[in-house]
Design a protein around this ligand. Sequence first.
Ligand SMILES: Nc1nc2c(ncn2[C@@H]2O[C@H](COP(=O)(O)OP(=O)(O)OP(=O)(O)O)[C@@H](O)[C@H]2O)c(=O)[nH]1
Ligand SMILES: [Mg+2]
Length: 324
Amino acid sequence: MGAMSVRPDTDAAAQQAAGEAPHRAGFACFVGRPNAGKSTLTNALVGQKVAITSNRPQTTRHTVRGIVHRDDAQLILVDTPGLHKPRTLLGERLNDVVRTTWAEVDVIGFCLPADQKLGPGDKYIVKELAGIKKTPKIAIITKTDLVDSKQLAEQLIAVSRLGEELGFEWAEIIPVSAVKDTQVDLLGDLIAPLLPVSPPLYPEGDLTDEPEMVMVAELIREAALEGVRDELPHSIAVVVEEMIPREGRPADKPLLDIHANVYIERPSQKGIIIGPKGKRLKDVGTKSRKHIEALLGTPVFLDLHVKVAKDWQRDPKQLRKLGF
Ligand SMILES: Nc1nc2c(ncn2[C@@H]2O[C@H](COP(=O)(O)OP(=O)(O)OP(=O)(O)O)[C@@H](O)[C@H]2O)c(=O)[nH]1
Ligand SMILES: [Mg+2]
């Protein structure tokens, strides 16, 4: 809570006396299968990139909190990894993270892409959600820009039926497009009244509670994911070892040295990541450095190394080292 000293009950009473709705604050999480558009939607609501995104499934590997500040409410959005059938220890850990999260939040947003048929993966998730009786659930049809109105109508009916089949009613069903910014603000309007009456939980201006080093590592991983195929996306992990201001720089020309390791699982993957004459790794550095500089607001010297952490997705010790 930090600087906040308002007592929630007194504050709410005062607001109500003044004829205003009381301020609300709380947690809403986005769940759905991998690639459903959860992180893109989180970023669109926050208005800044707090979670990395890619067209590879299982891009998100830990919960990322994005904070939306409004006059009437503070929405803390918890973006979770896509729920899927686990094939590795990492996969199991990711699913555990998701289940712990949805037990703790005030609102659950189930994300279903408009352009994909509602499948067994979705049913499996919604069935579990049906068991969390006390928490309001919103069905969010994502990526509406990819379909026509007929397809969208079918998807809306399908998700509504699924709720009925499982014996609960969605608090809301809303189609959105994060890419085209369609109905994203409306989604915020629907979530806000479902949150408990409370003063803000995060200081104004905070958009995420992700540590900078983690954000930097994620931006490098995002760049490294681009253009790699098959199993390789899953094999990549990034750890920032240090971030130190370069000594002896004039005050108006600072430079931040960032040393990071890009881990892969097998020596054979090294060549793909590094590319011919190191070109791919260089591109990853250039691309992510731009995002990192924008995030930190300072020029950066980025030093990337590729290392093998043998079969890290299945090895508890390696997972711990990599922060899972
Ligand atoms: N056309 C379109 N594409 C979208 C939209 N939202 C997300 N996408 C794309 O869908 C892909 C997956 O998006 P993410 O936000 O990374 O999906 P996610 O649900 O967070 O995926 P995981 O973290 O792997 O579970 C990316 O290529 C996005 O650009 C949208 O509104 N419209
Ligand atoms: Mg994601």
